[in-house]
Design a protein around this ligand. Structure first.
Ligand SMILES: Cc1ncc(COP(=O)(O)O)c(C=O)c1O
Length: 227
């Protein structure tokens, strides 16, 4: 925690250390009382940043060679993003706005992936001018846009998964099949674009471990196709 405190002031992180004997629920009750007695009834939420730190440390212990890239869309509040930045996480940004947010707190471009497979040309240009090179793609149209606007990009090919067991299925709109992946790898080579990896999303709320096993095996297969 001292590393975190050294990088950002308490005010900057907008967090509160709980006094001895105080619980998050006490803070919540206090906040509800405050809001109820004022005219300012804006929505608010209370989050335990310590939980993020604990989960990050757990990840590191279990998967020391894997750097997590936090999907900013899940919660873009400054306190969350700053906490993860200080812990050394990478960031999965879906838009120019998210890239700007993460860069505004000093995250270097190498720790950012523009992980939207369907990007606007203007936003690809923004990534290029701000030094963000890693980005996902899943179609030839996307490769053409990147070749035009960001030829030095480091590409990650997003493949489909069998996400039929997920709460929110994402492979209905994103991801290339194994067959298409082979064609895309060839096309990228023709366009002289660098492919550095393969990605997938098992769907939001997927609790079936078999989906991950199959997706990892498919990713391996596509990775090997690329030589
Ligand atoms: C590339 C990428 N990363 C992360 C997420 C967030 O996924 P989840 O809602 O499962 O946390 C999404 C969802 O759209 C995504 O497309």
């Amino acid at each position: 925690m001292s590393g975190i405190m050294g990088s950002f002031s308490k005010e900057e992180l907008e967090f509160t250390f709980l006094d001895e004997g105080f619980t998050a629920k006490d803070i919540l009750d206090q906040k509800i009382n405050e809001v109820s007695s004022s005219d300012d009834k804006d929505a608010f939420y209370v989050a335990d940043l310590g939980d993020i730190v604990k989960k990050h440390m757990r990840w590191h212990k279990a998967l020391p060679r894997v750097t997590p890239f936090y999907a900013v869309k899940c919660n873009d509040s400054e306190a969350v993003v700053k906490t993860l930045a200080v812990l050394g996480a990478g960031f999965d940004c879906a838009s120019k706005t998210e890239i700007q947010l993460v860069q505004s707190i000093g995250v270097p471009p190498e720790r950012i992936i523009y992980a939207n497979p369907c990007k606007q040309l203007s936003q690809i240009k923004h990534a290029a001018s701000s030094g963000v090179r890693m980005m996902t793609f899943d179609s030839e149209v996307e490769l053409m846009k990147i070749a035009r606007a960001h030829p030095k990009a480091k590409l990650v090919l997003r493949i489909t998964t069998d996400d039929s067991k997920a709460v929110c299925r994402l492979s209905v709109k994103f991801g290339a099949t194994l067959k298409t992946s082979r064609l895309l790898l060839e096309r990228a080579k023709e366009l002289d674009l660098a492919i550095v990896g393969v990605s997938f999303h098992v769907g939001s709320g997927c609790t079936d471990p078999e989906t991950f096993v199959q997706a990892i095996s498919d990713a391996r297969c596509v990775f090997d196709m690329g030589g």
